[in-house]
Write a protein that binds this ligand. Sequence first.
Ligand SMILES: [Zn+2]
Ligand SMILES: [Zn+2]
Length: 343
Amino acid sequence: MPELRQNFFTKEWVIIATERAKRPEELATRRPAQTAPAFVESCPFCPGNESKTPSEVMRFPSNAGEPWTVRVIPNKFAALSSAAQPTRSLQDVWRRIEGFGVHEVIIDSPDHSCCMALLPDAQVASILRVYRERYNLLSMDRRVNHVTIFKNHGADAGASLQHPHSQLIATPVIPSQVRHRLHEALLYYDDEGKCMYCHMVEREVEEQTRIVLKSEHFVAMEVFASATPFATHIVPLRHMASFGDISPAEIADPAHVLRSLLAKIHVGLENPDLNFTIRSSPSDYAGARHFHWYVSVIPRLTRVAGFELGSGMFINTVLPEAAAEFLRNINAEKATGAGASGS
Ligand SMILES: [Zn+2]
Ligand SMILES: [Zn+2]
């Protein structure tokens, strides 16, 4: 029988259509593995082509004598402009804000060919440290109300350049998806006196069936009311409202969990296009007791159709418990050799 499940955090319903359920492996892309060269002469993100991008805002390591391993540049085709002022206006029913914002590109690695799933853990940790530094710096700007960090991997996920990169957009407003989650989390906190995310993680770890992998401080798990197949959350076990609250020393742990999860998806589902985003409280909520940051990883295995657009309700054909079991059983370390120290 099909089943409706409610998302604990948003109260949205999804249909888990077990009648038409697919075995997880049926969703593998069956795409022939492509190997890209490590360097492409015409690629603006490859080392040696730094002059082809807007002036960088940050590089890691920072000393000029050393070659960079992670680099941050303004997006050449920015969705918002840091030169604008977030001036609000309301004319009758039409509300507007001037297009202020910051849109940056984080170049994940000098290597053109190596997606995050295949990078060493240490390199993923460097990327997360760069995310954190930009997140905290931009959050201090009083014009910024929210910073979204995300990755588009593959053309169907919105990536226009093959060289592995992530992006960050700082906006003068709190996006409605975040605002909705904050609102629900506050209601729960008021009723129960605890963070709903802490509570859910505790129960999921006890329940086990949706856990993909767990480290000392983080857990990766399939979402109970997952709107799409293999939607996975990576959640800190200790309460932290903002991604900016994590200390640089703590970052190696989530870097390992994120990279291991991406490697399992890469191997098990044959390198599907995917997005991930860091969902964090807005900067002014750092330290809040009711919200809890996490990483949401969404492989792009299915297309949104009319019912989803019309109702906002999704039909998921893969049981989250089956997806978790499938990913648990993938030995990606053996298949990719990723995660090891040397690059
Ligand atoms: Zn490149
Ligand atoms: Zn919490």
